[in-house]
Design a protein around this ligand. Structure first.
Ligand SMILES: [Zn+2]
Ligand SMILES: [Zn+2]
Length: 243
């Protein structure tokens, strides 16, 4: 962008921290203070699901650098999973603001965090970025699918193709947070469908979402994609809570 133009835009609409709203010298998303408060995932973490080893003993016990959960999986649904930061009281408003308060300007900064968290996934040369879809009815209420906004930005930043229609949410479901255990699994049954198999078959697909609470939504999407012939499935999310 023209420097003078950039100067004027920054004077009229100064860049702000997406977490606390403080005016920033440059548009880099988060102020130093907020950056410190977010628990970003760093090494050592599980090589498959990306979950950080929080204690030294956990790290010591992990054979092949896998966490306990991943060691139990015989045929993993995901080839790799990564997320950017832990979902906690400090990071919550980042996600919720993006989801419900129409702060769609967040997308660029958050996609940047996703791109950094996905380094190991990019090394695998994936073919396609796919957002976890929301049902038409919810799209009307909220006016945008936050995951699709992230994918749009991420596609720009990585140069990887995006597809917004091949995977669809065909059934309106109760939000997962309002349910527990088995009700959650039943709730999502047949909620997703691949509408265009030719777009998925033989592809290495990255599923993108903002926050994964139980992981059941991502798993349902992955099952449907696998059935449609996806050869590799990766999951990239902004945030996950600590179990
Ligand atoms: Zn801040
Ligand atoms: Zn793991």
């Amino acid at each position: 962008m023209n420097l003078l133009l950039k100067y004027f835009i920054n004077t009229i609409l100064p860049p702000r921290c997406i977490r606390c709203g403080k005016i920033l010298a440059e548009q880099n998303g988060l102020c130093a203070e907020c950056f410190q408060k977010i628990s970003f995932v760093s090494e050592p973490h599980c090589k498959r699901c990306g979950f950080p080893f929080l204690s030294e003993s956990e790290q010591y016990n992990s054979i092949g650098q896998l966490c306990g959960e991943c060691m139990k999986e015989r045929r993993p649904l995901f080839d790799l999973r990564r997320f950017a930061f832990i979902y906690d009281d400090e990071s919550k408003n980042l996600i919720l603001g993006f989801k419900f308060l129409d702060k769609t300007g967040y997308a660029e900064t958050l996609a940047n965090l996703l791109r950094r968290a996905g380094t190991d996934i990019w090394k695998e040369n994936p073919d396609l970025l796919i957002p976890v879809p929301i049902h038409r009815r919810r799209l009307l209420e909220r006016r945008y699918n936050q995951s699709a906004l992230l994918v749009k930005e991420l596609a720009k930043q990585t140069g990887i193709a995006a597809n917004y229609t091949a995977l669809q949410r065909v059934r309106h479901t109760v939000p997962q947070v309002e349910l527990s255990g088995s009700a959650r699994r039943n709730n999502l049954r047949r909620a997703f469908a691949v509408k265009d198999v030719s777009k998925i078959k033989g592809r290495k697909v990255v599923l993108v979402d903002d926050v994964e609470t139980t992981g059941s939504t991502l798993k349902e999407c992955a099952k449907v994609l696998k059935k449609a012939g996806a050869v590799k499935i990766y999951a990239l999310t902004l945030s996950r809570p600590v179990k």
